[in-house]
Structure formats: structure tokens, C-alpha cells
Design a protein around this ligand. Structure first.
Ligand code: 13P
Length: 254
């Protein structure tokens, strides 16, 4: 059985004060929910303060990006070495990084390798753009991304994949549960081909893109979907709590 995972990607939102307040407002109730791994991914600048806050709780921490080198002359960057010990997860290859910061699959592959080496669990994001979806290229695009992003990685222990169709991010236009389940099933088959059936059965694959308390049940009740990477809704305590609660209820009752 794969442990469901709900991760909140806060993107470039919240000051340190706001990040601490948001976690404080959810912490007690999140701690009462069992059977779901709960991860928050605040901006880099808030990681230390939030880490201190959650150190004795069940809430885990993720970064939203990192460089692939441990140190060096890379002004403005944050390294795997700096993150290890501070957080457990790191989001890599998010479509906003690919789109606005020119991240290529080659760069993302280096980052995934570096994260695993540093003992961080990468949440590797893949997904097709609207025009690729409309051209029927979803599987082709995702397969290309996964093959390239996992190139040369022989052990995928700790890896999490998030399927985030770009057209569903921040648009309020989520994929349907069935659509997401089908694509995630194909991703799992691909992982079985690259690694083994055993690895594929253990690997958690999340859906991301306009997830809210109103539609989480549709995703989480699908057999292939192991959780969600939540953007906007993760910035609202009641929304995030409801998403985690529903996930525990639905996956727990199986
Ligand atoms: P939204 O939930 O705001 O659509 O964002 C999804 C996302 O990009 C999570 O990484």
C-alpha cells in the first residue's frame, strides 16, 4: 500500500510572518489526521522558521526548487546541501520553472540526481501544455520528460512524481479524475519499464492542477492517484485541512 501524500506548493506567496501564521493555524488539526503524509513547501526564506515550528509534528517540509551543485559561485541559488536536514522533500521540474526560468530536462535530471544523493525526496513534476494536450501529444510529452528527467538514475527510492497538466494549473480548470487516473496509470507503466514492477507499485504519483476541497474526492478515489500537489488552495488553512481530511477518509476506507 502506498501512503497517500498531500503537498502544498505555496509558490511565491507568504512573508516569513505569514508562513509561520499559516502553519500555526493548521498544525494541531493536521497532526490529528493519520494515514496521510502532509507536506508544506513554503518559499526558501521561510524554511528555517517553519522547520523549527514543525520539528515535533507530523508535518513535513519541502523546498520548491534547488541548484544541482552543493556549493559554488551561483549567486542567488540554494543547494541540496543547504536543504538536507532542513526539509525532506524538494519540488523539481515544476512547469513554472521550465517556463519562466528556462529549466531544461538536462538541468532537471541533474537536480533529481543531486536531491537523491543529498537524501532529499524529489517531487518531480511533469505535464503537457494546452496545445500539446489538444494535439493528442500528452503521453508523448510526459514520456519524453520522464525518460529525460530520470536518465541515468538507477535507484528511484524516495522519488515522487506529480502529474501536473500545465493547462490545469491556476486556471480553475482541473483535469477529470478519470483523465488524471489514466495518465498516471501510463506514467506508472513507464516507471515499470524503466525500473521494475515493484518500483512502479511503490512509487507515489500525485495529481496537481486546480485541486480544491471541492474536487479532491474525485481524484483521490481513483486507484492510481496517490495524492495531490496543491497550489492556491494550500494557502488557505481550511481548504488544505479539508483536502487532507478527505484524503485520509477516502484512502483510509479502502
Ligand atoms: P494550483 O493548485 O493553484 O492550480 O497550482 C498547482 C500547482 O502548480 C502545484 O504545484
Amino acid at each position: 500500500m502506498r501512503l497517500p501524500l498531500i503537498a502544498g506548493n505555496w509558490k511565491m506567496h507568504t512573508t516569513v510572518t505569514e508562513a509561520v501564521a499559516l502553519v500555526k493555524s493548521m498544525q494541531e488539526r493536521l497532526d490529528e489526521i493519520n494515514g496521510v503524509e502532509k507536506v508544506v513547501c513554503p518559499p526558501f526564506i521561510s524554511l528555517t522558521a517553519v522547520a523549527e515550528l514543525v520539528k515535533d509534528s507530523s508535518i513535513e517540509l519541502g523546498a520548491q526548487n534547488m541548484h544541482s551543485e552543493d556549493k559554488g559561485a551561483y549567486t542567488g541559488e540554494v543547494s541540496p546541501l543547504m536543504l538536507s536536514g532542513l526539509c525532506q522533500f524538494v519540488i523539481l521540474g515544476h512547469s513554472e520553472r521550465r517556463e519562466h526560468f528556462g529549466e531544461s530536462d538536462v538541468m532537471i535530471n541533474k537536480k533529481v540526481q543531486a536531491a537523491l544523493k543529498a537524501g532529499l525526496k524529489p517531487i518531480l513534476c511533469v505535464g503537457e501544455r494546452l496545445e500539446e494536450n489538444e494535439a493528442g501529444m500528452t503521453i508523448e510529452v510526459i514520456s519524453r520528460q520522464i525518460q529525460a528527467d530520470l536518465q541515468g538514475i538507477t535507484s528511484a527510492g524516495g522519488l515522487v512524481i506529480a502529474y501536473e497538466p500545465v493547462w490545469a494549473i491556476g486556471t480553475g480548470r482541473a483535469a477529470s479524475g478519470e483523465q488524471a487516473n489514466d495518465t498516471i496509470g501510463i506514467i506508472r507503466k513507464l516507471i515499470a519499464e524503466i525500473y521494475s514492477d515493484e518500483v512502479a507499485q511503490e512509487l507515489r504519483i500525485l495529481y496537481g492542477g486546480s485541486v480544491s476541497s471541492a474536487n479532491i474526492a474525485e481524484f483521490i478515489s481513483q486507484p492510481e492517484i496517490d495524492g495531490a500537489l496543491v497550489g492556491g488552495a494550500s494557502l488557505r488553512a481550511e481548504e488544505f485541512l479539508s483536502i487532507v481530511e478527505q484524503t485520509a477518509r477516502i484512502k483510509g476506507s479502502r
